[in-house]
Design a protein around this ligand. Structure first.
Ligand code: FES
Length: 111
């Protein structure tokens, strides 16, 4: 099923946007990020303890705005690959959530 998750301008404030999908009657949080002119998506679940990465709305980047951060225990991730570069889950990766951009819309075909 194709689903419009958000628009590019929804990423302007923080560079990221969380979307909570309804899946099989449950909540399934994902997020999209824009970095280096690319837009990528991930399941909002840290490989360390399976907690959400963010502690406030749409805040996924660290203070440098170059890495994603899990606020629970400080794991840092490459925004384009989801690979954990430092922290308790170093070497593991976020689960990709494939998205594509069409015009100003960010779309999932896997919703
Ligand atoms: S849950 Fe993300 S670093 Fe621990």
């Amino acid at each position: 099923m194709t689903l419009v998750l958000c628009t590019l301008s929804d990423l302007d404030a923080t560079g990221a946007k969380e979307i909570v999908l309804d899946k099989d009657g449950g909540r399934s949080p994902v997020f999209v990020v824009r970095f280096a002119d690319r837009v990528v998506g991930y399941v909002n679940s840290c490989p360390h303890a399976r907690l959400p990465l963010n502690w406030r709305e749409d805040a996924f980047f660290d203070i440098s705005n170059t890495l994603l951060i899990c606020t629970s225990h400080g794991a840092h991730f490459d925004p384009l690959t989801g690979h954990c570069l430092r922290g308790p889950c170093k070497g593991q990766s976020l689960t990709p959530y494939p998205v594509r951009v069409e015009g100003d819309k960010i779309i999932s075909d896997a919703a």
